[in-house]
Design a protein around this ligand. Structure first.
Ligand SMILES: C[S@@+](CC[C@H](N)C(=O)[O-])C[C@H]1O[C@@H](n2cnc3c(N)ncnc32)[C@H](O)[C@@H]1O
Length: 220
């Protein structure tokens, strides 16, 4: 029996167009500053290394909202069978150019048609914060269903309590909302989706980005 379809976010087209507009600038920022690059951020690297070790040999891994594919490529280098998917075609153009040996597709987290128990791992690495608050639990439930027993979900997101309306990001005009989550509520959603959190990493704000949270959870 197929799961119910996930509600389509009302602003999905605007979010896609926004990331398309700023994709090239985002790539330049990433390359110039190393912002968020696991190799430059020891705690993020440690979390991704623990994820890679945990899912090795379980099954294929999907990096949902992979952007230009830095993390996808990092995990591929660690021997995972990993692919990336992103809402923005321009992000995927960049990912394919920068990491030609990796597999990338265009698609929305809300419309992935994931088969039950088909994945060893799923990432939502700073890519789920644009999902409306009522849509995120549906997406998390689809990830939980798609994981094989023992498979892992890892996610990073912006923490806080606000819905921040953005009109500018990465030096360009955008039209999206950053839905911040308190760590407690975010972890609660992951549990309600049927996953068991095994690690939480809180990240204070730095000169580039506000406070964040990384959570890893297992499908028992
Ligand atoms: C801040 S970037 C992070 C990209 C990448 N995970 C990284 O760490 O570099 C957010 C990404 O999420 C993607 N995104 C936003 N909403 C999405 C959705 N509904 N489905 C898939 N990707 C989405 C955007 O296109 C963008 O590439």
């Amino acid at each position: 029996m197929r799961a119910d379809p996930i509600d389509r976010p009302a602003d999905l087209d605007a979010v896609r167009a926004s990331y398309d507009r700023v994709a090239d600038a985002y790539v330049r920022l990433v390359v110039d500053t190393g912002i968020g690059d696991p190799r430059c951020r020891p705690w993020l690297k440690a979390a991704l290394d623990a994820f890679a070790e945990s899912v090795a040999g379980i099954g294929p891994v999907l990096d949902v909202g992979c952007g230009p594919g830095r993390v996808t490529a990092y995990l591929a280098e660690r021997g995972l069978d990993v692919a990336g998917v992103d809402l923005s075609p321009r992000m995927i153009d960049n990912a394919r150019r920068l990491h030609p040996s990796c597999r990338f597709e265009v698609g929305s987290a809300t419309d992935l048609d994931l088969a039950d128990a088909s994945l060893g791992g799923v990432l939502g690495w700073w890519s789920l914060f644009n999902l409306p608050r009522h849509v995120l639990p549906q997406v998390l439930a689809s990830f939980a269903r798609a994981l094989m027993p023992g498979g892992c979900f890892i996610t990073g997101t912006h923490t806080g309590e606000e819905d921040v309306r953005r009109t500018e990001a990465y030096g360009g005009p955008v039209e999206w909302t950053t839905h911040q989550w308190s760590p407690e509520k975010y972890v609660g959603l992951i549990e309600q989706a049927g996953l068991r959190p095994v690690a939480e990493l809180r990240l204070p704000a730095d000169e580039h980005v506000g406070p964040g949270l990384v959570v890893m959870a297992v499908r028992d």
